[in-house]
Write a protein that binds this ligand. Structure first.
Ligand SMILES: C[S@@+](CC[C@H](N)C(=O)[O-])C[C@H]1O[C@@H](n2cnc3c(N)ncnc32)[C@H](O)[C@@H]1O
Length: 200
């Protein structure tokens, strides 16, 4: 009897833990989508854009629904993320039917290989690796890829991602004569905050 009770307790604890994990994931995904919903209005309509770092493609789908891109490039390396890739592949048909160009690989390598054109995009949504080193490499590439007047919008500019935020701040100072900063917002409780910079 004691063993049975012990088994029930252990099983209940495991189920409870797993449920909590699932709830946390759903909550995180919900916040990740909801807190930046306003930024979707700032993506130019019917234009050429690219999202760098797409994960499962949920945000990409929202971009398509709100801004109806003339051409939309999607890039991700999906390293160690078979589930994210699977979820994305399930939506592959949807993306291909909506003027999308899909590229799998490291953004910086694809760029260096000449797979991504310069001065071509009206907007870029940058949301790949958030380290200082990588962000410092990504930002100049993104600026070369933008047309004059094009906008770069990026995710997670916040005190949570100090490396990314430092790289963005440095880039803005170094390029202050050729860019216009629309806004930066890092002093917010949740970590999904956005920066927006225009290429002059
Ligand atoms: C934060 S998630 C992107 C989330 C997505 N933009 C959204 O809003 O739902 C970051 C993604 O960037 C991808 N990534 C990280 N570094 C990358 C790189 N160097 N090149 C391409 N993709 C990269 C990861 O595989 C991951 O799927």
């Amino acid at each position: 009897m004691e063993n049975v009770l012990q088994m029930i307790t252990t099983t209940t604890t495991i189920i409870h833990k797993e449920l909590m994990k699932m709830m946390k994931m759903i909550y995180h995904e919900f916040l990740a989508q909801e807190y930046r919903i306003g930024i979707l209005d700032e993506i130019p309509k019917n234009s050429i854009g690219i999202e760098i770092g797409i994960y499962q493609g949920n945000w990409s789908k929202k971009i398509i629904e709100t801004s109806n891109p003339k051409e939309f490039w999607l890039i991700d390396n999906w390293f160690c993320q078979s589930r994210a890739m699977l979820e994305f592949l399930k939506k592959r048909k949807y993306f291909l039917e909506n003027n999308c160009v899909l590229k799998e690989g490291n953004f910086e390598i694809l760029y260096e290989m000449g797979e991504i054109p310069n001065q071509y995009f009206d907007w870029i949504y940058l949301d790949a690796e958030h380290s200082y080193e990588k962000t410092s490499i990504f930002l100049p590439m993104c600026f070369n890829m933008l047309k004059q007047g094009g906008v770069l919008i990026g995710d997670d500019y916040s005190n949570t991602f100090k490396g990314l935020t430092k790289a963005v701040d440095e880039f803005i100072i170094e390029n202050r004569h050729t860019i216009h900063v629309h806004y930066l917002n890092k002093n917010v409780p949740y970590n999904n905050y956005q920066y927006k910079i225009r290429k002059l």
